[in-house]
Design a protein around this ligand. Structure first.
Ligand code: PNS
Length: 161
């Protein structure tokens, strides 16, 4: 049984994230989406809200589990018995940060491998922060997120449709 841990802030979960979870399901038996703390970010959704939105967005995917984690990512990898960390790469601009994280994690735990997957081109420019910005400014953001997330964003930001 091969398991991959897919960590992120997921504030909120987008179609790009969903794309990756589906792709990872073709390679791994179990995909654990791990909602984690990024010390550099101030999320608009609570940890519990983010987990719930991912669960609802992945309801039809049997290979997916959603957990919240704190502390070091490498410790969660061991705790959940995962074989690797999964991260998405959209553009070259993601690469430096991702490389740094992957190498640091491997330095913290020697057997910690990170694998990268690319979403489909259509989702390559979608990011949680841009979705939030478009939503806050009254733009159309629905096509970039799963329906439960669109609804939650409307409620959170008081967007009237
Ligand atoms: O979606 P994000 O915000 O890019 O995800 C970053 C995240 C949450 C995966 C990263 O900040 C993280 O791993 N946080 C857990 C604490 C940790 O292990 N930090 C060291 C990472 S090298």
């Amino acid at each position: 049984m091969k398991t991959v841990l897919y960590p992120g802030s997921f504030d909120p979960f987008t179609n790009g994230h969903l794309d990756l979870v589906e792709r990872a399901g073709l390679l791994f038996d179990r995909v654990i989406v791990a909602v984690a703390v990024n010390a550099a970010k101030s999320p608009i959704f609570t940890m519990q809200e983010r987990c719930e939105l991912i669960r609802r967005s992945c309801m039809k995917l049997d290979h997916v589990e959603v957990v919240s984690i704190d502390g070091l990512l490498v410790d969660s990898l061991e705790y959940y018995g995962a074989d690797a960390i999964l991260r998405g790469l959209r553009a070259f601009s993601d690469f430096e940060y991702e490389l740094q994280m992957a190498l640091l994690n491997r330095n913290l735990k020697r057997q910690c491998e990170t694998i990268f997957m690319m979403p489909t081109l259509k989702n390559s420019f979608v990011s949680s922060s841009l979705v939030k910005e478009v939503a806050k400014l009254g733009g159309n953001f629905e096509e970039y997120v799963p329906p439960p997330v669109a609804q939650a964003l409307r409620e959170k930001l008081g967007v009237v449709k």
